[in-house]
Design a protein around this ligand. Structure first.
Ligand SMILES: [Zn+2]
Length: 413
């Protein structure tokens, strides 16, 4: 039986047309057997499961979870399960991103945190939070004063102390608080302002948060930059009025940037170095973006840069021109600002804006991530510039100088 049929919110409008009598009988029998509440456990299956404020993809994200986290669903509306994170906060998750579990599984208990400690390891500081099973969480980054704030849901603190080992160099204070029943919060106050990223893993009865060490050195020497030349293969990206393809311009800039970075001692890792997609043929655009994001999450990377050129969705293509830069995590704001300024100065383009935007390849906290739209391929005069080498050279030089300026700025602050 389709279990969704007994959830509240499964309205007649979502099953148009008459039902066969057999199905009605099955439904009636089902209602008699299934508990009236129709609640059940679900488990996240998507690599980045979105927990949202309401039952649609238009609603904002509360957090993004990895696979394997068990949630409790107490309602179902329009393809979304409602999942209480704690008594005072609930989220909604698409049925496409979770797997319903056996109805006999009981509602999970609120877990007790029995121990929190922080120690220094090679790539950074590692916080270990003892928990019986993987839980839903959220990491938020604060710039001033610099901090990482970890919310743990379905969790109560059984012990308030946090042990900071002498080897931990990233935090100067770690404070654990109970926000509400079933909602604990751990704030890591950091010893440096420009953050370099974090990673959460959950296994062996613990949640572990790695806070990456701050940047070292004021130059590009020994830095690792992951470069994503946008689009490729069947996906041309934007196409200009005389046929210039965005994917070709993006790749030319990226290939030149690799050479310029190498001259300064940096390593550039390209997600593609030819006209191709990363995922196998037939993959959806979302699958391709997930493949790019997964490939770009490299443990020794210092920064991720996605290179694009823009196009107007509607309106007069002659009137939209210039440069835009996007970020998602707060630690990405500074490199976004610096790269935007270098692009506009070197390319002599219209400085449109920098903007927070949840573009798929920006949705990871592993390193600062920036997406640049160098100019408008849909604009006739900017498209003409993209045909020549001067545009490629200037864009690549601007990005190289911007990255160099970013590391120097961080070292000087
Ligand atoms: Zn693009």
């Amino acid at each position: 039986m389709n279990s969704q049929a007994v959830y509240r919110g499964w309205s007649a409008s979502s099953t148009p047309g008459p039902r066969p009598i057999g199905l009605v009988v099955v439904l009636l029998v089902g209602v008699a057997i299934v508990p009236a509440t129709a609640e059940r456990a679900v488990k996240t299956t998507h690599p980045r499961t979105d927990l949202r404020t309401g039952p649609s993809r238009e609603h904002n994200r509360i957090t993004v979870l990895p696979p394997g986290i068990r949630l409790w669903a107490d309602d179902y509306v329009d393809g979304f399960y409602r999942v209480p994170l704690c008594p005072v906060l609930h989220a909604w998750v698409s049925r496409e991103q979770v797997q319903p579990l056996d109805r006999s599984l009981p509602r999970p208990q609120i877990h007790a945190v029995t121990d929190i400690s922080v120690k220094g390891i090679e790539p950074g500081s590692l916080a270990t939070i003892r928990l019986a099973e993987p839980v839903a969480y959220r990491v938020r980054q604060q710039l001033h004063p610099p901090a990482l704030i970890l919310d743990l849901f379905g969790v109560n603190l059984a012990r308030y102390g946090v042990r900071q080992r002498p080897s931990d160099r990233c935090t100067w204070a770690v404070v654990a608080e109970q926000v509400a029943d079933g909602w604990a919060q751990v704030t890591f106050h950091l010893t440096f302002s420009q953050q370099r990223g974090w990673r959460v893993t959950q296994h062996d009865g613990a949640l572990m948060l790695l806070i990456r060490n701050p940047y070292r050195g004021d130059t590009l020497d020994h830095k690792v930059i992951v470069l994503d030349p946008g689009h490729g293969g069947r996906d041309s990206g934007a196409v200009g009025p005389t046929g210039v393809r965005e994917k070709d311009v993006n790749l030319r800039i990226a290939l030149r940037l690799v050479e310029l970075l190498a001259e300064r001692g940096a390593t550039a890792r390209l997600l593609r170095d030819s006209d191709r997609a990363l995922s196998p043929g037939g993959a959806s655009q979302r699958e391709e973006l997930e493949a790019r994001l997964a490939a770009s999450e490299q443990p020794d990377a210092d920064l991720f840069l996605s290179i694009h050129n823009n196009a107007v969705g509607s309106g007069d293509p002659a009137r939209a021109f210039g440069t835009e830069t996007y970020y998602w995590t707060p630690m990405s704001v500074l490199p976004a600002r610096i790269l935007q300024n270098h692009l506009c100065q070197r390319l002599r383009t219209n400085n449109r804006f920098i903007s927070w935007r949840p573009f798929y390849v920006l949705r990871s906290g592993d390193v600062p991530r920036v997406l640049v739209e160098c100019a408008y391929v849909s604009n006739p005069s900017e498209e003409q510039r993209m045909r020549g080498d001067e545009f490629t050279e200037s864009a690549a030089l601007a990005l190289r100088d911007g990255l160099e300026d970013f590391f120097a700025t961080v070292a000087a602050s």
